[in-house]
Structure formats: structure tokens, C-alpha cells
Design a protein around this ligand. Sequence first.
Ligand SMILES: [Ca+2]
Length: 179
Amino acid sequence: MKRVVISLLLAIALVVPLANAQDEKQKYPTITVYFSDGTSTNITEKQWVEIFPIIQGRIKGYDWSGMMKELLFDSSNTGLNPYGLDFVRGIEKHTLNEWDNNYARVVIEALNYTYDLDSDGDGYTNYEELNAGTLPGDASSHPGLTQEEFWNKYEGYIIIGVLVASIFVLYFVFNREKE
Ligand SMILES: [Ca+2]
């Protein structure tokens, strides 16, 4: 029995690094963008690496370098997360010609397009999240608690607090009537 467990552990220890090594092969997924004029292009890993510094150059509040994967892509690293989708939508408002002539400008305009949106619907604009260092494509990551979450989290304490306060008030009111 012991031998079986050890063999299993050894097998896992060998397979896990292999699986990770395969993930490392492709750092960023290739994304096809469809421009407004009906043309399209692929953004490959090599191009993503060139795009990231342009994005970072426009964000003053937080250093995203090294976190671009989490910023734009889904957890399986095969597609875009909600923020990445909006960013690519911003790119798609342009044409292949504009992309080929000056992709940096297209990237900046796509980034500007995402600012006022709330891609993950957590109540914070992408602009706020980009500068606060929380993930604009993940609703569970945001600067503070939304009002709804605040209420869900503290509802019990608030009700108990109001009850305790009411008991105190009643206690003093009754005591005063006795005197
Ligand atoms: Ca958000």
C-alpha cells in the first residue's frame, strides 16, 4: 500500500513540472482581430510583447508589466477575459491600414476606449481599476467593496448593532419613568 502511494506521489511530482513546461511554451495566445473595414489580422505573442509597453506607458497609477497576462487573457490563457475583449473591440474600430501604419496609436486609442467601461461589471470603471492595480476583467478583483457587497458582508452586524442600541434606549427610557 505504502509503495503504491509513493509511486503515485512520484508520478505526480514528475507530471506537474512537465505540464507547467508546456504552458510556458506559449506565453500569450494569438488573437484574431476583425477591423471595421472587413479586414483582419492575427496578434501573435511577438506582437503582444510589443503592445504591452505601450499600454503600460499610458497607466500612471500602477505597474502592470509582468501582469499583462492576467490583465488581458482568460485563466486558461487561450483567449481574452472581459477586459481583453473590450480592448480588442477598441482595436477593431480601426482599419488594417491604420494598424499597419501606426499600431501604437491604435493601441492607445483602444485603451482610451476601454477607460469609461466597466468590463467585468463590478461597479468600478476600467480606468479606476487599471490605476488601482485590480483586474478590470475579473469581477472578484476591485478596489473596494461595492454597496451591495458591503451590505451582504455587514448586514448581520448592522442589524445586531441596531438591536443593541434599541435595547439601551428602551432601558434608559423605562428607568427614567420609574424615577
Ligand atoms: Ca470593473
